[in-house]
Design a protein around this ligand. Sequence first.
Ligand code: NA7
Length: 546
Amino acid sequence: MTATAYASPSVVNKPSGSYDAIVIGAGVAGLYQVHRLRDLGLNVIGLETGSGVGGTWYWNRYPGCRFDSESYIYQYWFSQDVYESWTWSERFPAQPEIERWMNFVADRCDLRKEFNFNTTVKSAVYDETKSRWVVTTDRGSTFDAKYLVTCCGMLSAPLSEIFPGQSSFKGKLVHTSRWPKESIDLNGKRVGVIGIGATGIQVIQTIASQCKHLKIFVRTPQYIIPMKNPKYGPAEAAWYKGRFDELKETVPNTFTGFEYDFVGAWEDHSPEQRREVMERIWNEGSLRLWLASYGEIFSDEKASDEISDFVREKMQERLKDPRLCDLLIPKDYGFGTHRVPLESGYLEVYHRANVEAISVRDNPIQCMTPEGIQLANGDVHELDVIIMATGFDAGSGALTRIDIRGRGGRSLKEDWGRDIRTALGMQVHGYPNMFTTGAPLAPSAALCNMTTCLQQQVDWITNCIDHVEQSGMNVIEVTKEKEDEWVAHHDEIANGTLVVKTNSWYMGSNVDGKPRRLLSYIGGVGPYKKKCDEVTESGYAGFAKR
Ligand code: NA7
């Protein structure tokens, strides 16, 4: 089943009032969290800003949006029936197919009725006298519940208001994650794209042939890996469906939550062997070169230099033109120290006659004007459409944009404005009975196959809530000491890597004033799971219960 029409959701399925648990978000984590809590017998409500399910895959409908994870790995593992009943059309499918899959999962598990859509949570306030969370929404509705689980996504708070004069622009201005459902006609238009991260690259390579003229505003060059995206037919579907049990067991225990794991130790291979390995993995056309070639590329300068040179060489062969090489090939940070996008013909776009790369490294964008984009030197680039592929306030932004108040009225926005701290990325001291997924200091904040990590977190949270319920308690809250311990452990591992030396959303450096800390736990998905399991097995040592 690949192209089912899905039911349009009722907007409001549940009334204001009291529930056992409130789940914010109807993406990968939110759907599964509602499913699990409902199975526990809890009265649960899901609240979602969008008009449908999908989260990331609902919002990011810009041209060219697709998986960088293999479709048969970016999966739910809780149900063999769900896994085997959906058939992917290719290795890295595009957003419409992924959105259809998310809707298929929601329908197969009858989850839609548990959600109120078109409903944005404005505040979540912990009432200490009642030990309950009180949540208000933009629709004027109020819900209270014993548990609050945030499944808001780690890349869902767009950086869409960053240039002075944006509202004066006479043409069409759009952030990629708010691309309209009815799409935008780019034919014959003068289009500008700001940003060449994973999103910008997908957009640029897709729209270049449609635009009359495309100006790409380039600041920091980006390493890339060419994607290989074969179509899947019955043979491939039978192959991966037959591996359900094996993948379900192995994927959650690898370093990054994908199928593959590292090839061996850098030092054990000669330079010639390493070259052979890199060539082989490069030709696989997946994220593997980054996530599962040599672990040392994240920590050892020599390994990082060697693999970075390898990728630079590959990019140079395609770009040829020295000006483009200077503009587009990274020189001052190591391969893989932030997100490496897959691409299909992206570099060749810059050879097209209708495409122009504008360097804004030393001559930054100053503002938008009614005509287009103005740079610091006064040059104005006249445009009909401006596409902002400018990224997100990652990890923390989705939560700090909600007025979340814990014990004593403390504000999460203020707490995280000083220092972004969590325990296991799933609880924050001072916020009892609040659980977070895709939040800072867990692999799910960036460095993993998202479905793997989010399911593991949802399972942990569900077991924890079940434990509280079974023990007849009201409240569970991580202690300050336990949180400190986790933050120290997280920092120790992070600070031993090269990732902390590179500026990117991974470090929060794309948002002015954001405290600098690696958002994602980099100790590995499998080891992280083990640490979470140890907490469960200890009866939640380090968590205060009453
Ligand atoms: P990213 O990776 O944060 O990329 C944002 C891009 O926008 C990046 O190239 C930025 O350049 C650029 N940017 C942001 N502000 C400016 C200004 N003021 N001037 C010029 N260029 C600017 O976001 P994506 O949406 O591409 O990807 C986010 C994740 O989604 C991705 O990692 C995948 O996991 C999925 P900079 O690098 O800051 O110089």
